[in-house]
Write a protein that binds this ligand. Sequence first.
Ligand SMILES: N[C@@H](CCC[C@H](N)C(=O)O)C(=O)O
Length: 294
Amino acid sequence: MSKTIHFTKMHGAGNDYIYVNTLLYSIPDPSAASIAWSKPHTGIGSDGLVLIGKPKDEEKADYAMRIFNADGSEAMMCGNASRCIAKYLYEKGITDKTTIRLETLSGVKILSLHLKAGKVESVTVDMLEPAFDVKEQFTGHTPDELNSVKALSDHVLRTEDGKPKSLFVSMGNPHYVIFVDDVQHMDITTLGKLLEREKAFPQRCNIEFAQLVGEGKLRTRVWERGSGITMACGTGACATAVAAAKLGVCGRHAVIAMDGGDLDITWSPNDNHVYMTGPAAFAFEGDIELPEDK
Ligand SMILES: N[C@@H](CCC[C@H](N)C(=O)O)C(=O)O
């Protein structure tokens, strides 16, 4: 296969990734490609790399997604990328389905496309169930590591009256959501950097800082594992809405207002699944060489 790769740059609420159709172009070392191409000056510039491909289980899924952060680490799930993949597949004429089953490292996610004048205006993703059980999520770690994750997930941060104001939530990938009084003026770079690598998180962690700004509306800023500050995080928005419902900050439906736009999240009481609805957009396309082998 060619060493020149055709890519599409897309974003979901400003969370931007480079998308490659691996049915046409193979990427032998996606981690190296993500590091090289995500760089703003010498690469394309992005929050990471997303590969669209064939699912391992073709009975259960139509397509598969792999997602690499800008530092080359592979993640189990990406909410914003799953919506972009729906738009990519439909608007490039690869599928005419308006319900797509997407295989990810954290299960098959159902994408429901909402069309307007033949274009994908928004997408709802069934993000499956959130998880809170530390043992379930951190296999292969020492009891000490598990205890320290447990301590943090047991709400180390508390308000003055002792109520918890932070929660560890897994949406297929790990999130630590902290409710704050003034999210706009916080130094989320310093805190995010520290918390991402806090020893309580053996797999590192995505960190969300959230503030209730209206009924069912949470202004949220994100420090993503492996990419730093991003304009939005789909799994992070889901984790924030779930944490807010669990801690009584708001009900089971919330609008998460991120730097790059709003995501609408419902944590269904019927099936315990989290449903995320939001936009997806094309930015530009191009061709790039694979990075040299080191
Ligand atoms: N931006 C994404 C999440 C990408 C992966 C994350 N940084 C991780 O390492 O888990 C989203 O929209 O969910």
